[in-house]
Ligand binder design. Structure first.
Ligand SMILES: [Zn+2]
Ligand SMILES: [Zn+2]
Length: 225
């Protein structure tokens, strides 16, 4: 705990109610979050029944082997995500990282050797001033004692927003977007704020595997249904 935490009363990030636990969410807001409880083990897509894999992963498995995505991108999640992405929502980042870390701990998978936050293009990083995936990955690296590899992969290309694009268009626009700057090894967890179609995660996972990584999993705070 840092000294500043002792001076500032904790408040719920969603309703501003004072909280006294070690997480910035009051119990009613915690319960009201859109938890992604029944999801495809491979890509995190919410499922309607108890199957292990979604139809898409069963037919054509993605290059990553597992996705941990505690929240759906619904309800209060967009508010938290946009506060990190477009503001400088450090408190929101800490909160989402905590929810993601708890989900990782609950999954009890073997821990990866490296955390790779999804890189932004240099242009976008300069405009925004921060990378939301790095803000999420830092507390995860600390909690699990896993090195953060934020300079191993670069993102090239236009960095054009994928928002509003179809699944096929997203896959096309992100193809060849990442480049590993050195040979890699071991297991990696890609860290991101939101996984939409999985096109970005797939492309980055493929890049890491081509650079020598044995296995890649995804840790993302939220999943678009
Ligand atoms: Zn609340
Ligand atoms: Zn799936």
């Amino acid at each position: 705990m840092r000294w500043i935490d002792l001076l500032l009363p904790r408040i719920c990030r969603l309703c501003d109610a004072p909280v006294d636990g070690d997480i910035d969410l009051c119990p009613p807001c915690w319960r009201s979050l859109p938890w992604n409880l029944r999801a495809c083990g491979r890509c995190g897509l919410p499922l309607a029944d108890d199957s292990r894999l979604c139809v898409r992963c069963a037919a054509k498995p993605p290059p990553f082997t597992r996705t941990i995505a505690p929240l759906l991108f619904a309800g209060a999640t967009p508010k938290l995500v946009y506060a990190i992405k477009f503001g400088r929502g450090f408190a929101e980042a800490k909160l989402l990282a905590r929810l993601l870390a708890d989900a990782v701990a609950a999954a009890a998978d073997p821990l990866p050797d490296a955390l790779v936050p999804v890189p932004l293009t240099t242009g976008r990083l300069l405009r925004r001033g921060h990378n939301q995936a790095v803000l999420l990955a830092r507390p995860l690296a600390r909690r699990f004692g896993i090195p953060l590899h934020r300079a191993d992969v670069r993102r090239t290309g236009s960095g054009k927003s994928q928002r509003g694009q179809t699944r096929a268009a997203r896959a096309g626009s992100v193809r060849g977007a990442f480049r590993a700057v050195r040979p890699l090894a071991g297991r990696a967890a890609i860290v991101d704020d939101v996984m939409t179609t999985g096109a970005t995660a797939s492309e980055l996972a493929q890049t890491l595997i081509a650079a020598g990584m044995d296995e890649v999993v995804i840790w993302t705070a939220a999943r678009v249904a």
